[in-house]
Design a protein around this ligand. Structure first.
Ligand code: AMP
Ligand code: MG
Length: 490
């Protein structure tokens, strides 16, 4: 099998990665091939879904043109620095320029030990693989920049976690796997040549329009600041909690990467965190912009020697780029919130209006997705107010707010129908609810039943439409179904 790879990362200096082969598995079987993504990449979905495809997607056979690599990186995890992390269980096969002209990495996650595995087994359990498949594909359909899932296969071997679990491999597709932590890896080694090479490479790959300024490192910091501001605003718009925003899980491409303990809000709560290991709430919902900025500071710090001729000027240049973050984030988040409320103008009072609604939602335990979707109906016709208000413990809290919202809507020209239509493209009907993800994983892992997984994946292909038959997936959890904690599960 050939993938049509064109491997630019493999042509970077040898200290950027380790050449390593995937470790063979006993009995690979395809769980799912993402046909649409395969076609975008110019790959044959039927070939991938065949037994020969299972051999390739499990790492048992390499495509002829693959150059298997484990990438070196470091990272701040929960604020503490690890100078050496790297791909401990992920192996890059190569890069494909897709039918859309975009270059993407194709990587096997869970493909066996590498020189970066430390104590780990290099493997992935089926549950986290299915979770990443569901959530990353849902994010893509929601319009949030993200890595994608090309395929999931089971290996026929078990992996030891808290218990023995079926092993699996996810084929991850990403704009690249360069992280803030990749820069930190070389900064920790005081390797300026590598930093310069990587900055120029990353800028050319992800932000070619910004190349040619004479200072690639500085241009890169500026571009990544903007991309992360946009990304986190989109997360907040759909109620996404990443859960493990370490610098090694922060892609310089601006894609969401690493779906470990991630989760979606049911009821709106800015302090919400799900991850069992995030004890202090460092990565809680509303803290994500703060952390993104902190991670960007680590990027700028790593590149400091390249930002200007002397240190003082470099610090000034870095600070100037980092200080753009609050305004860029504010602008992006303002755009997200206005779209959710059906507003197109840019009255600064809109943000107060949005904040007031969110506060009332938090105080009343209101489901984030259901409320904004109900608001679309209320925008079409005021009789829809009752359904929105019913989501509040105190319905009066909604009606009071809605009066102010309607006054604001009246100042804009759009017809009610047009506005409601636009709002339905900004407020999803369906998100991957945590309890539904758990249910799909349970069925697959415990009963070898992939039906719920398949249904969830298909439903989430059109998250902005009210597709009949998927009503049960839109409902928030009952008390018994509620997922209180998520686990890295690596
Ligand atoms: P993560 O928490 O998935 O972001 O991973 C953090 C680091 O641990 C990365 O260097 C991973 O490659 C490594 N890692 C996670 N799980 C495993 C595993 N099962 N085997 C080897 N390395 C792992
Ligand atoms: Mg990671």
């Amino acid at each position: 099998m050939r993938f049509g790879f064109d491997n630019t990362y493999a042509r970077l200096p040898a200290r950027f990665y380790a050449r390593v082969l995937p470790t063979k598995v006993p009995d690979p079987r395809v769980v799912r091939v993402n046909r649409g993504l395969a076609e975008l990449l110019g790959l044959d979905p039927d070939a991938l879904a065949s037994p020969e495809g299972a051999q390739v997607l499990s790492g048992n056979a390499l495509p002829d043109d693959a150059e298997a690599l484990a990438l070196a990186y470091a990272g701040h995890q929960f604020g503490g620095f690890s100078p050496q992390l790297g791909d401990g269980r992920a192996i890059l096969l190569g890069e494909i320029v897709g039918r859309d002209g975009r270059r993407r990495d194709v990587q096997l996650k869970g493909a066996g030990r590498t020189p970066f595995s430390r104590g780990g087994d290099g493997r992935a359990a089926l549950g986290p693989v299915l979770r990443e498949y569901v959530v990353s594909e849902a994010m893509a359909a929601l319009g949030v920049p993200t890595t994608r899932a090309l395929a999931a296969v089971t290996t026929g071997a078990f992996v030891a976690r808290d218990e023995m679990l079926p092993g699996a491999v996810l084929t991850r597709v990403a704009a690249s796997h360069i992280r803030v932590g990749t820069f930190e890896f070389f900064a920790a080694r005081d390797d300026r040549d590598a930093l310069a090479t990587l900055a120029t490479y990353a800028l050319a790959r992800h932000y070619p329009d910004a190349a040619g300024s004479g200072n690639d490192a500085l241009a890169l910091v500026g571009c990544v600041v903007a991309a992360q501001a946009e990304l986190v605003a989109r997360w907040l718009g759909v109620g996404f909690v990443h859960g493990v925003m370490n610098t090694d899980n922060t892609a310089v491409s601006g894609e969401t990467i690493d779906y470990g303990p991630c989760a979606f809000l049911d009821e709106y709560d800015p302090k919400k965190k799900f991850s069992s290991i995030d004890r202090g709430g460092r990565y809680a919902f509303a803290n994500q912009p703060v952390i993104a900025r902190w991670n960007l500071a680590r990027l700028a710090e790593s590149l400091l020697p390249l930002l200007a001729d002397d240190e003082e000027a470099a610090v000034v240049a870095a600070t100037e780029r980092l200080d753009r973050f609050p305004a860029l984030f504010g602008e992006a988040y303002g755009r997200v919130l206005r779209a959710k409320l059906g507003l197109t103008g840019d009255d600064p009072a809109d943000l107060t209006l949005a904040a007031d609604l969110l506060e009332r939602m938090a105080a009343n335990g209101v489901d984030y997705t259901l409320l904004f979707r109900a608001l679309c109906d209320a925008a079409a016709d005021a009789t829809g107010d009752a359904a929105a208000a019913a989501l509040f413990a105190d319905p009066g809290a909604f009606h009071e707010w809605a009066a102010a919202w309607r006054r604001r809507l009246a100042s804009e020209g759009a017809t009610a129908e047009a506005r409601a239509g636009a709002m339905r493209r900004a407020n999803p009907a369906l998100i991957p609810r945590n309890h539904r993800i758990e249910e799909a994983i349970e069925a697959a892992v415990r009963r070898d039943d992939y039906g719920p997984f398949e249904t969830l994946v298909r439903a989430l292909e059109r998250p902005y439409d009210d597709v009949p038959g998927f009503e049960h997936l839109r409902e928030p959890p009952t008390a018994g179904e509620r997922v209180r904690e998520t686990f890295c599960g690596t």
